[in-house]
Design a binder for this molecule. Structure first.
Ligand SMILES: [Zn+2]
Length: 494
């Protein structure tokens, strides 16, 4: 074999490192049969570090959208090469060579030259493996911007909302009473206010009373927390600023774990967002460092009925308050926080189906296949965006759960109210039975009517305003759409 010079080795090495670092580490975890759990845009895997203290069953390791992973238990992390290195015992650079070879980024000869070469070639190959590896690990800190696992979010948030500074104030309490919630319900849901700053140290103490090994760095990955740098290297963890005149809503998953804190702005004017999350994705400190904040993503929150689940239909709609109202009827209700934010629904439903609470509560409908019902506001008769996202949500559910799955859409007379909660109180006030005055129509029927309505409304509108492009947002178009979808078609069913 020809003698290999450092520069030849380096040129192959550079090629291989580049290719291997571009790989998504999920591929490596899959290669080794790691248990992979998807939650919307989050991926959790078992830690590849053999020295990690986490139990083999727990999936404390999170892979970000960048393909980098980070373990919340042992703090190790990196890209695909780092995972491969930990799982095979090859050095970090040998892992790059192997991965690059597997994806065809280097040739058979190049692979053989380096991996099957003399001891001196191996030395040259590995000469600076540690430098590379540390760089990879340091970069993985960026993937801390990925959300922590649900158990940790729940632990932190449970203690957080019980801090005295987070107690529900009068303004919030009154708002909830006006919405028709009882004081018992307000207590059970643990609504809160966030008017005053609190000390992270006090919070830490409270968490440690439940979990003694919890340390400040464990706040990483919990949306709302970010690292405030005191100087180049040191600092402390802080929580996003107070938001007065808001009611805080703990959003829960199918295990009852708090997975996000949502705020309802009580003084929202037309331009403000009514609902927002306590999140820290965009938090920067004065030095412009990122502060390792992260976002809640698009969680799907679950409301269970108090008693048994009486009907095997899972209701999906926008907003916590409306969906918990529906859950009272003895069904599971999933709230999405925005009509297009449904990408974690399927994973949450799958988790829910294996959940003890559901199995216990659904004795009455054990042998039925779960169906879905979409509950959107009554603007789904005239707002183009709402109509189309209702159709896409139905299509998404069919793709995820099979085309034979029963997916329906709930409709009622729009004059009875915009949201389900408005509809229900209208019926009660007017002596109508709110259980009798709505219909569930199949999503394919809804789509048929909606498609037809949109097509004709478009034609009618363009006849009036030829060449208009952004018509779907126009008030006039909405009026025509309402006539075509609701007045001429859907109202005939009600
Ligand atoms: Zn670990």
């Amino acid at each position: 074999m020809e003698k290999m010079y450092q520069k030849d080795i380096n040129s192959i090495k550079d090629k291989a490192v580049k290719a291997a670092k571009n790989l998504d580490s999920v591929g490596v975890f899959r290669m080794f049969g790691s248990d992979i759990l998807k939650r919307g845009n989050q991926t959790y895997v078992q830690c590849p570090n053999p020295d990690c203290g986490a139990s083999a069953k727990s999936r404390d390791c999170s892979v970000g959208t960048t393909g980098l992973w980070h373990c919340f238990a042992c703090k190790s992390g990196g890209g695909a090469p780092q995972a491969y290195h930990l799982m095979t015992g090859l050095t970090w650079l040998e892992s790059c060579i192997t991965l690059a070879y597997q994806v065809g980024a280097i040739t058979d000869n190049e692979y053989n030259d380096l991996m099957k070469g003399s001891a001196s070639v191996k030395d040259k190959l590995n000469s600076d493996t540690l430098v590379y590896q540390q760089f990879d690990e340091a970069k993985s800190i960026e993937s801390v911007a990925v959300k922590a696992p649900a158990d940790r979010l729940d632990l932190v948030y449970r203690h957080l909302i019980r801090m005295p500074q987070m107690a529900l104030n009068d303004e919030g309490y009154k708002h909830l009473l006006q919405r028709g919630l009882t004081s018992q319900e307000i207590m059970e849901e643990e609504y809160f206010s966030y008017d005053m700053e609190f000390s992270t140290k006090e919070l830490l103490k409270s968490i440690q009373s439940e979990k003694p090994d919890f340390v400040a760095d464990d706040f990483s990955g919990v949306p709302g927390f970010y690292f405030l740098f005191k100087n180049e290297t040191n600092g402390w963890w802080v929580f996003t600023a107070p938001c007065p005149h808001s009611v805080g809503i703990p959003l829960r998953d199918s295990y009852g774990r708090i997975i996000a804190l949502q705020m309802r702005n009580l003084r929202a004017r037309k331009k403000d967002a009514k609902y927002f999350y306590l999140s820290s994705l965009t938090r920067n400190d004065k030095r412009g460092k990122t502060g390792y904040g992260c976002s809640t993503g698009t969680p799907a929150a679950i409301s269970f009925p108090k008693g048994d689940i009486v009907s095997p239909i899972c209701y999906i709609g926008e907003g916590h308050f409306k969906m918990r109202e529906i859950a009272k009827e003895g069904v599971v209700a999933i709230s999405i926080q925005g009509i297009n934010s449904y990408n974690s629904v399927a994973d949450e439903v799958k988790q829910m189906m294996s959940c003890e609470t559901v199995i216990e509560k659904s004795q009455n409908c054990r042998d039925h296949t779960l169906g879905f019902c979409i509950v959107f506001d009554s603007d789904m008769y005239h707002k183009y965006e709402v109509v189309t996202s209702c159709i896409s949500l139905a299509a998404y559910l069919k793709v995820k759960f099979g085309y034979k799955r029963d997916v329906s859409v709930m409709i009622w007379k729009p004059e009875y109210g915009k949201g389900y909660d408005d509809y229900k109180s209208y019926c009660i006030e007017h002596g109508l039975d709110y259980r009798e005055n709505f219909l569930r129509i199949s999503s394919s029927d809804y789509k048929k009517v909606a498609d037809e309505g949109i097509k004709i409304a478009k034609e009618r509108y363009l006849e009036l305003y030829p060449g208009e492009r952004q018509y779907t947002q126009k008030e006039e178009f909405r009026k025509i759409l309402f006539e075509e979808i609701y007045v001429k078609r859907m109202s005939k069913l009600l």
